[in-house]
Design a protein around this ligand. Structure first.
Ligand code: KG4
Ligand code: ZN
Length: 355
């Protein structure tokens, strides 16, 4: 295992970039990352009433639960704050109000308990869900093609090492998860839409409706999902005779299946194209949409057909969506100077290419 930051063995990871408030303790034991606790509190139920996230409300909910969530993570891990080696926190990107809750809490704890404070990029942290494995054989080896598919981002990146990225491309508009969420809303399904569409689509026929796959043939690694969403809007207007009729259950089910297949087609197509062009055999997916069973299945099948020697890494379901485990694990692998009191939340933090 290529741990480059062995100074810290036991890390508290705090994540508050969007609607989740999460804290986890991870520990490096026998050269493996061990999860001692993983606590996630979500305001999703509250947010789903409004069909999406209301940033100020998300932050207000996080303020209420951040301390209980951290306390529970310590209790579950049976560890005291004094025994933590460092505190890692999501610095960005995300909603500024939400990020501030995590960053300011982490700063306060770091200052009171005199712990090193480590700022973590939420985007690359998602990939670290793939480094939590029992054996080093099951761990990704560089270079790896990273496919980040979440609610806010869709990016293709080559990881040449920890903290060494080559950005290949990504969505030019909506993220894949956002397309799931917006399409679900059009079908009258609650937020977050990915799991809802996924469940409904199970019984539907993905060939019932023809939907576009924008940019699938473009000769770069960029993607587009907003045109797909617009096509869904227009299709629903047509089927419902300009909303004079309701969608039937069968129509909704078939629409869900067709939408899901179109999103997955775009992601899988660009992933295979990138892996082939850069001759990369290790591929990993990460982010909330990586929890989609059909994406996992199609990517597995297509990769073994198209690149037989390839190895695909898929995170456990519970580590795809936002959590503190990946924040702490990312800090374990990426060395940095501890940043006690001048760490700033950065809502537009990006993945800096380092060749
Ligand atoms: O990674 P994540 O928790 O948050 C961001 O960093 O953005 O991803 C949340 C996104 C939402 O858009 C949600 O609809 C989507 O992940 N998602 C799914 C599934 N589970 C969550 N999309 C498709 N299928 C799923 N099973
Ligand atoms: Zn995320």
């Amino acid at each position: 295992m290529n741990i480059v930051n062995p100074k810290y063995n036991t890390i508290l990871g705090i994540e508050t970039s969007c609607d989740e408030t999460a804290a986890a303790i991870v520990q490096l034991t026998n050269n493996r990352v061990k999860i001692l606790s993983n606590i996630i509190s979500s305001s999703i139920e509250l947010q789903s009433k409004f069909g999406g996230i209301i940033p100020e409300q998300a932050a207000r909910e996080q303020i209420k639960v951040i301390i209980p969530v951290i306390n529970e993570s310590l209790e579950q891990a049976q560890i005291k704050m004094v025994d933590i080696d460092a505190i890692a926190v999501t610095q960005g990107p995300g909603l500024i109000g939400s990020l501030l809750v995590g960053v300011e809490t982490a700063k306060t704890l770091a200052s009171i308990y005199k712990k090193p404070l480590l700022g973590v990029n939420h985007l690359t942290a998602h990939f670290y869900a793939n480094w939590i494995s029992d054996t080093s054989d099951n761990e990704p080896k560089f270079p790896i093609l990273g496919v980040l598919v979440s609610g806010g981002h869709t990016d293709l990146i080559i990881l040449k090492g920890h903290n060494k990225y080559k950005y290949l491309g990504g969505t030019r508009d909506d993220a894949a998860g956002e397309c799931f969420d917006k399409s679900a809303r059009l079908l009258g399904l609650p937020y977050p839409g990915g799991p809802q569409i996924s469940k409904l689509a199970f019984k539907g026929n993905p060939k019932s409706y023809i939907l576009p796959r924008p940019m699938i043939e473009s000769d770069d690694f960029d993607m587009s999902f907003s045109g797909l969403k617009t096509a869904v809007v227009n299709l629903i207007i047509k089927i419902t005779d300009n909303k004079n009729k309701d969608l039937t259950v069968i129509q909704k089910t078939d629409l869900a299946a067709s939408i899901k297949e179109a999103i997955i087609d775009i992601i899988v197509n660009k992933t295979i194209k990138a892996a082939k062009m850069y001759h990369i055999e290790q591929i990993m997916i990460a982010g909330g949409v990586a929890a989609n069973p059909r994406l996992r299945e199609v990517l597995t099948t297509m990769l073994s057909n198209e690149i037989p020697k390839s190895k695909l890494f898929i995170p456990p379901f519970n580590l795809c969506t936002d959590n503190g485990v990946v924040i702490a694990t990312s800090a374990l692998f990426n060395p940095q100077e501890p940043n006690p009191l001048n760490l700033q939340a950065n809502p537009s933090l990006s993945i800096s290419p380092i060749d």
